[in-house]
Design a protein around this ligand. Sequence first.
Ligand SMILES: [Zn+2]
Length: 136
Amino acid sequence: MTTAVGRTGSDSEAFWADVEAGGLPLRRCRHCTRTFVLPLPSCPYCATEDPEVIQAKGTGSVYSWVVVHHAFDPAFDGDVPYVVAAVQLDEGARVYGRLEGIPFDAIAPDLTVERVAPAGDGRPPLVFRPLARTPA
Ligand SMILES: [Zn+2]
């Protein structure tokens, strides 16, 4: 069974608690409007303080990905092979999560994806799948 690893007591603990509850919190700079994930007190691009917290919609596109064949943590041994993708969210920030629901050889740059609601069963809380398209 997959478990959350290394989150307790970290600066990202509140982020992961929100993600596990179905949210996807980002920080947006009140000056330059760029978004970022880290809970920083100021914008990493222009240093303006006090960014606002917004919730991402959970849609975006694949920036890059890797197929994991050897889990870097024993908690994920039962999941291999799996895909970890860098997803460029529509709000601008980039996050990393599982990519499921597509054959490995069909993954391509700019593939549009959407977040899957957290299963709450110990599975990774940040999972994406190809965006369901409406037939033309
Ligand atoms: Zn800024």
